[in-house]
Design a protein around this ligand. Structure first.
Ligand code: PEP
Ligand code: MG
Length: 338
């Protein structure tokens, strides 16, 4: 079925619809152009990248790095399922594919940091790939075999990821950090680090962090910090679904999905306070980080960086800059009154 989606307004039309002429094409509607310099913010403003093809656009945003590089989207762009490569004895080819796709991004951003997330493959999406028939059929894939729990079971695949990371480090990409998704207990972080070390990845040379996207991880963040980590990043897409018991793929409960629910903000606040005490960097890479209103609150709470979608970087950066100035002004006024 052919449809047209207006991604900006959230509208869906039946059939093919020509896009409205961009404003710039109407001389009378063209925005007044003004020279604009990027505001410098103390809070870093980064960008999320899912596919290497988006790298050039991501670089154009002049972001301070990549706060989330999703490798599963790169894998979904391959002609076949990773297991199929392994079955055909082509694991090396698969590793090379991973290396070249990740390299496109870490190279374009060098020396700015790029946090590469280990595989977070939902079984339902991977099953559709050639050779993906072996993916388990789960009643609720969102609560299932994905994230680090999957890598710790399917270590054959985890090892191939580690081989790709090792190769990138060998090629000099010391700006790469590794982010572990969907952790719910510090033992998962420990086992993931042990595995990477065992397979010869010198994790002391790179930043290692976790996604905070399960409420359990937020509540016991002190234990994760004690385990040893350089950064955390809020995955608010999952943190929202798990905190509010709202399947993010279920249209029937979509009206209950609220990333700014006070319980979520409370979890985030707790994590930022604990991480700031311990000198661990905090960031956000879920969709909520692309909303200027959320960015404002996070800066007030003391987050280290915000990673937004490509089209939201500018608006988020403006809000971050304004909020930082407001905080400074408030502090100056308070001091004057004393
Ligand atoms: C998140 O959960 O907010 C996130 C960034 O991860 P994903 O959307 O890929 O699950
Ligand atoms: Mg997630």
């Amino acid at each position: 079925m052919k449809i047209t989606v207006d991604g900006e307004k959230g509208l869906v039309f039946e059939g093919k619809k020509e896009a409205a002429m961009p404003a710039a094409a109407h001389p009378e509607k063209a925005p007044v152009s003004f020279a604009r310099t990027k505001p410098i913010t103390a809070t870093e403003v980064k960008v999320n990248v899912s596919i290497p093809e988006a790298t050039a656009r991501a670089v154009e945003t002049q972001a301070d790095g990549v706060g989330l590089l999703r490798i599963e989207h790169m894998i979904l762009g391959l002609p076949k399922h990773p297991k199929q490569y392994i079955k055909e004895g082509k694991a090396d080819e698969y590793v090379n594919e991973l290396v070249s796709r990740i390299q496109t991004v870490v190279d374009a951003f060098y020396p700015k940091p790029v946090w590469v997330r280990t595989l977070d493959a939902p079984t339902d999406e991977f099953r559709a790939m050639e050779g993906g028939e072996g993916e388990p059929i789960e009643p609720n894939p969102m609560l299932g075999y994905r994230g680090i729990r999957r890598d710790l079971i399917d270590t054959e695949h985890f090892e191939l990821e580690v081989r790709a990371f090792k190769e990138l480090i060998k090629r000099g990409y010391n700006n790469m950090g590794i982010m572990i998704p969907l952790v719910q207990h510090p033992s998962e972080l420990r086992r993931a680090k042990e595995f990477m070390l065992e397979k010869g990845l010198d994790i002391s040379k790179i930043d290692i962090g976790i996604m905070v996207e399960i409420p359990a991880a937020a509540l016991i963040i002190d234990q994760f910090i004690a385990e040893g980590l350089d950064f955390v990043s809020f995955g608010t897409n999952d943190l929202t679904q798990y905190t509010l018991a709202v399947d993010r793929n279920n249209e029937h409960v979509a009206h209950l999905y609220n990333e700014m629910h006070p319980a979520i903000m409370k979890l985030i606040e707790h994590v930022i306070i604990e991480c700031n005490k311990a000198g661990v960097k905090t960031s956000i890479c879920g969709q909520a980080g692309s909303y200027p209103k959320v960015a404002k609150r996070l800066v007030e709470l003391g987050i280290t960086s915000i990673s937004a979608n490509i089209d939201a970087v500018e608006a988020v950066r403006d809000m971050v800059a304004r909020t930082e100035l407001q905080l400074l002004l408030k502090a100056a006024r308070e001091r004057k009154c004393q």
